[in-house]
Design a protein around this ligand. Sequence first.
Ligand SMILES: CCCCCCCC/C=C\CCCCCCCC(=O)SCCNC(=O)CCNC(=O)[C@H](O)C(C)(C)COP(=O)(O)OP(=O)(O)OC[C@H]1O[C@@H](n2cnc3c(N)ncnc32)[C@H](O)[C@@H]1OP(=O)(O)O
Length: 204
Amino acid sequence: MFRFVDLSDAEVDALEARYGPLGASLRELVDAAIRTNAGDAEVRDAVATIEALTEKLRIDQIEGASGVHYNEAGRSWSWGNAAIGLRNAVAPPMDVQQSENGDTYAEVHLGAAYEGPPGMVHGGVSALLLDHLMGVTASRMTKVTFTGTLTLKYRNPLPLGRVVLSGEVSGEEGRKVFVAARIEGDQGIAVEADGIFIVPVWSE
Ligand SMILES: CCCCCCCC/C=C\CCCCCCCC(=O)SCCNC(=O)CCNC(=O)[C@H](O)C(C)(C)COP(=O)(O)OP(=O)(O)OC[C@H]1O[C@@H](n2cnc3c(N)ncnc32)[C@H](O)[C@@H]1OP(=O)(O)O
């Protein structure tokens, strides 16, 4: 489930330098596909080019999904993750910063690919990003935690653009870690979240 890989941090950096630009250019492609006004011929040509690229990448593939990896130094990476995956065009990708006291913070730009109501961030996208940031907050990247219960209050619409997430542990009780978090845009707090994250019995 969490796979140990015998790679140094420098080797992981080199792989990220190879695949990071691939994810970034795919995100550009997604945005361009949503916003293009190109005509029939241009779009047909684009489809053929994309299909050729897909075939090129299919030549050598892993079995199944990307998984969550960690190395000797305690670094963890999950390049397919829906919220933070470097190689996943679906992921913004969010970069979660953790301060020494464990509080978390992330600044994310959400463009056209994350729209729900017109010009606003999709509520499920807010939930996705909060869930992940809160999972990191609960785990402190030192223990496995799964989302048990997530409660969200959508207080105000969240315009597309720059958003800021923050979270902190609000309590602990046995294998339960309580986390509070929020997401805000330029007009203030849009979503408030409370979560109960559980250290699964099998991970102890
Ligand atoms: C090798 C080490 C490497 C470490 C490196 C770390 C790297 C970290 C990497 C990445 C950071 C994290 C980023 C992740 C972010 C994404 C988060 C997600 O999307 S998670 C996916 C969605 N969630 C699920 O799929 C859960 C599905 N449910 C389950 O698997 C189980 O139900 C689970 C684990 C939640 C509980 O199972 P039980 O058997 O362990 O727990 P029981 O013994 O029943 O309960 C323990 C206590 O928890 C409460 N509890 C149980 N389930 C609860 C729930 N759903 N809500 C609230 N409380 C619950 C119970 O009432 C009990 O509390 P009482 O001790 O009696 O006070």
